[in-house]
Ligand binder design. Structure first.
Ligand SMILES: Cc1cc2nc3c(=O)[nH]c(=O)nc-3n(C[C@H](O)[C@H](O)[C@H](O)COP(=O)(O)OP(=O)(O)OC[C@H]3O[C@@H](n4cnc5c(N)ncnc54)[C@H](O)[C@@H]3O)c2cc1C
Length: 385
């Protein structure tokens, strides 16, 4: 077993760490406060090749791997998880889904600009009445000659509201069943398609620089050729790339938790009460030591899952453990970080308040903690009744 990062991995990590420290961190408070999308930062991330690290060079990526991608996501999220969320959806989910299941034509048309970062991708599974129960979607599509006609709506969609977002990959029912759920396929919907409408922008409690919108399809027309992969396996295809999304959520959580640790170490040395730095109180230093323990375990677990994926080995269990553990860990760590900062920790200008707001969502997106536990129980062979 070799736990050393390769030279290439270290280079990616250090480059992203430096970028986060120099470019993202100085802007993060303002982005969170205004909710403005930082297109200039996204552009620089693209120029540095962050959008396509694991995608092959043939399709506009860097030909790297998923360990490298997730080291990047962790370091960027340490600066501001808004940008980690963008990378997760754009690369781990959309770019991967296109590369694995797309035709050559789809890859040239949609994947290349997304892997290069010239365009941004989104995915849409969630609907008002279909969240955890993602198989119960109502969005439907039928063929009319050479076009699919889509009707329905998707909610809480990351990235699609960005002006440079090009497509949303959606799940839609393409064949109704007399009994049961019908056939679900995945379709590539370009944003400029007739009948595509961007709905409201959600007002969130955290990750405010991340675009989250509703999407409406009203007799939305896309070419027949925009069916992605096997029409009868759309749901399974989508779930398979969501496994990688779970590793990405764990990397985002590790990044936020590490940022909390950084701030707490600094503050514990600076803040003096009762004539001593608060870091000299056992209650504070133990909290900080515990944070470091949890972060180490979360990082090891997401790297293990990413490494297994790079080896082409099964990693559903490891990715689910990584997501569940890291997302629950970061909420505790961020809460402790606010506590260590006392009243200042509750003030918007102190970064820990932003980390605290951003951490919670990681237990919800791409499968809630409850759903992760159901998946793990299934993996452990516990029957469902
Ligand atoms: C900021 C943000 C960004 C998002 N981005 C995207 C995106 O880009 N694309 C996309 O498709 N979706 C996106 N989502 C949606 C997200 O994936 C869903 O919110 C999530 O899957 C949960 O679905 P839900 O909100 O409908 O909750 P529900 O499914 O309604 O769950 C409500 C509660 O019930 C629990 N629950 C549900 N079923 C069970 C069960 N069987 N057993 C035990 N407990 C259960 C849940 O764990 C949860 O605690 C985003 C959400 C947010 C908040």
């Amino acid at each position: 077993m070799d736990f050393n990062l390769s030279e290439e991995h270290r280079m990616i990590r250090d480059m992203c760490r430096e970028f986060a420290r120099n470019v993202i961190v100085p802007r993060a408070h303002e982005i969170d406060k205004t909710g403005d999308y930082a297109y200039d930062i996204i552009e620089q991330m693209a120029e540095l090749g962050m959008m396509g690290i694991p995608i092959s060079e043939k399709y506009g990526g860097s030909g790297g791997d998923w360990v490298g991608m997730h080291l990047c996501i962790e370091e960027i999220s340490r600066g501001d998880a808004t940008f980690g969320a963008l990378l997760d959806v754009n690369t781990s989910i959309v770019a991967q889904e296109l590369e694995v299941f797309g035709t050559e034509e789809q890859k040239q048309k949609y994947l290349v600009p997304i892997a290069k970062g010239e365009k941004i991708g989104a995915f849409g599974m969630t609907e008002p009445d279909a969240g955890s129960d993602a198989g119960s979607i109502r969005t439907s599509a039928y063929l009319d000659g050479n076009e699919w006609i889509i009707n329905g709506n998707k909610q809480f969609i990351t990235n699609i509201g960005l002006k440079n977002a090009s497509i949303i990959i959606i799940t839609a029912v393409t064949k109704r069943a007399k009994r049961g759920r019908g056939r679900i396929s995945t379709l590539i919907v370009p944003k400029e398609s007739p009948g595509f409408m961007l709905g409201k922008r959600y007002d969130k409690i955290g990750l405010n620089g991340s675009a989250t919108h509703e999407v409406i399809f009203e007799d939305c027309r896309i070419p027949r050729a925009n069916l992605l992969g096997d029409p009868s396996k759309g749901f399974a295809q989508h779930l398979s790339v969501l496994q990688t999304g779970r590793i990405s959520i764990a990397a985002i959580a590790t990044g936020i938790a590490t940022a909390c640790l950084d701030e707490c170490i600094k503050y514990a040395k600076e803040r003096v009460q009762f004539g001593r730095p608060i870091g000299s109180f056992q209650a504070i230093k133990f909290k900080i030591a515990d944070m470091a323990v949890c972060i180490e375990l979360a990082r090891n677990q997401y790297l293990k899952a990413a490494w297994l994926k790079d080896q082409g080995m099964k990693h559903a269990f490891e990715a689910t453990v990584a997501k569940l553990y890291a997302s629950e860990m970061v909420e505790r760590v961020a809460s402790d970080a606010v506590q260590i900062h006392g009243g200042y920790g509750y003030m918007a200008e102190f970064p820990v308040s932003r980390y605290y707001k951003g951490a919670k969502v990681l237990q919800i997106v791409e499968g809630t903690s409850e759903i992760m536990r159901i998946i793990l129980s299934r993996e452990l062979g516990i029957p469902e009744y």
